[in-house]
Each structure stands twice: as structure tokens, then as C-alpha cells.
Design a protein around this ligand. Structure first.
Ligand code: HEC
Length: 261
């Protein structure tokens, strides 16, 4: 009896004031694999203890989630609003799992936020199932690739790119016939999956360091090694504008891969 009492106190203390009754329970629809792995018995009590929200689970096919009334689904089908949450790390299971909110229940929102939070992700990774297999947290990895946020000014970025980079790089139609032949064009650079990293650090990548100065970031040129050409001087803010513009450039169409027979 005593232990139950303490547990209830914890739950009551954790409850935010004024929550609605329906916001204290969430119905989680999972696929059979998630249920069998045992991970739910590990993570759900942690979520409930933290939030005072109880979770009931039902096994569903991804197609019937809404039919069976689940507030949230957790399975291997992404769906329209699914967010990647984890990946199997066992020999037999390397699949990705997605969490998707199906109803407007406030408790469902809190559950989705929790599994995607650092705390939820740590709980997922701490779980060890049969043969020590479990899951690796993947929250945020896909959205980061899909929607990078650039808060620079696109129009200013276009002007800056033309003025400062267009001496060597073809930026787009505006200087198609200019640029140096051996220098990769921006639409070509845009095809690299890590284009963002390269542009953010362009002043550290050859050949730029010898002639580029970013205000407050780079060291002044060594007097013994003055810039061989008219120096390129911009601020980090201007680089943000350039990034915002480059983000909008459609990657060059390099054509279909060569077919070899
Ligand atoms: C004086 C000529 C010149 C100017 C000006 C110049 N670049 Fe470059 N840039 C180059 C050359 C040449 C390369 C190819 C280097 C290579 O392939 O090793 C390059 C490569 C790059 C790369 C790819 C680097 C890598 O290693 O992946 C990026 C990104 C880049 N430039 C961005 C810029 C930006 C942004 C500006 C303007 C703010 C700019 N460059 C201005 C000559 C220039």
C-alpha cells in the first residue's frame, strides 16, 4: 500500500494544473514488432512518471490506426506527418520507426514531444531487449535534412554571390558566360548532399583562404603572404544571405546515371 501511495503522489505532483481529463490518457497504436521488442514496458513508465499521463497500447496495422481510435501511431510506415524516431540496431532489424499523431488530444502531443526529446531518445537508447538488441534514437535527423532553416535575405544573397563569388563561380543565368572554366558552378556545388557545410566554411576551403577575409572570424592576412588577388571581404551576416540564396538554387541536373551493359 505504501508504495502505491508514493507513486500516486509523484503522479499528482507531476500533473500540470488545469489539465483536462481526456488529456491524461493517450492511446498508442503500435505494430506487432514494436510490441514484441519489449521497449514499451521500458519507456512508457518513464513517460507516465514524468507527465502523469497514462498510455494504453493497442496493436494495429498502420492502415487501421485511425479506425481503431489510436491517438498516436508508432511503426515502420511514415505516413503524412510521421517523424522518424528510432532505428533497430539488431542483426535482424535495421528498420526505421516513425511516430505520428492522429488526434488533437493534448496528451498525444506530449507523448510525441517526449519520444522526440533528448530525454525520450535517451530512454530509447538505454533499453536492451533480447540478445542485447535495441534501438538507436534518430529524432531530428531527417527533418534537419529536409527543411534546413536559412534566415538570410535571398535577394541580398544573390547580389552578394554575383559580386563576390561570381568573379570565379558561375552563380546562375546572371553570369552564365562569366566565371572561370575550372571553377565549379553554384548549381553544381548545390548537388552535393553536404553543400551547406561547404558554403558555411568556404573561407577555410582551398583556394579561398589565401584571398578571403570574414570580419571578426579570419585572421588578417600574413604580411609576408598578401592576398594574390583583390581580396574578398564579407561579414558573417552577408554569408548568411549567400547561404539563403544558394539554398534556393535548384541543384544542377546532371542527367540520369549512365547505363552500362
Ligand atoms: C578567385 C576565385 C574564387 C572566388 C572569388 C570564390 N571562389 Fe569558391 N572556389 C574557387 C575554386 C577554384 C574552387 C574549386 C576548388 C577545388 O575544386 O579544389 C572553389 C570552390 C568552392 C566551393 C567548394 C569547396 C569544396 O572544397 O567543397 C565552395 C562552397 C565555394 N567555392 C564557395 C564560394 C563562395 C561562397 C564564394 C563567394 C563568397 C567563392 N567561393 C568565391 C574559386 C573562387
Amino acid at each position: 500500500m505504501k508504495r502505491v501511495g508514493v507513486f500516486l503522489w509523484l503522479v499528482i505532483l507531476a500533473l500540470p494544473t488545469g489539465v483536462l481529463a481526456q488529456d491524461r490518457n493517450v492511446i498508442l497504436g503500435v505494430n506487432p514488432g514494436v510490441m514484441e521488442s519489449g521497449i514499451l514496458t521500458y519507456i512508457l513508465p518513464r513517460f507516465s512518471l514524468k507527465t502523469g499521463i497514462t498510455v494504453s497500447t493497442i496493436i494495429v496495422d498502420n492502415q487501421e490506426v485511425t479506425l481503431k481510435g489510436a491517438d498516436v501511431s508508432l511503426g515502420t510506415t511514415k505516413g503524412a506527418q510521421g517523424a522518424v524516431v528510432m532505428e533497430g540496431n539488431g542483426e535482424g532489424n535495421r528498420r526505421k520507426y516513425f511516430v505520428s499523431q492522429q488526434t488533437t488530444n493534448g496528451a498525444a502531443t506530449r507523448f510525441v514531444d517526449w519520444v522526440l526529446s533528448d530525454i525520450g531518445q535517451r530512454a530509447i537508447e538505454a533499453f536492451k531487449g533480447k540478445d542485447c538488441t535495441g534501438f538507436r534514437g534518430l529524432a531530428g535527423t531527417e527533418t534537419r535534412v529536409e527543411v534546413p532553416v536559412f534566415d538570410g535575405d535571398v535577394t541580398r544573397g544573390e547580389g552578394l554571390s554575383l559580386r563576390y563569388c561570381g568573379r570565379c563561380h558561375v552563380i546562375g543565368a546572371a553570369n552564365r558566360m562569366k566565371g572561370l572554366g575550372s571553377t565549379p558552378s553554384f548549381p553544381l556545388l548545390r548537388t552535393f548532399p553536404d553543400w551547406q557545410r561547404r558554403f558555411e566554411a568556404f573561407f577555410t576551403l582551398r583556394p579561398h583562404p589565401s584571398f578571403s577575409q570574414i570580419e571578426g572570424v579570419t585572421e588578417p592576412f600574413d604580411p609576408a603572404l598578401p592576398s594574390p588577388i583583390f581580396p574578398l571581404r564579407i561579414t558573417l551576416e552577408q554569408l548568411d544571405d549567400i547561404l539563403a540564396y544558394v539554398a534556393k538554387i535548384p541543384p544542377a541536373d546532371l542527367g540520369a546515371p549512365l547505363q552500362t551493359q
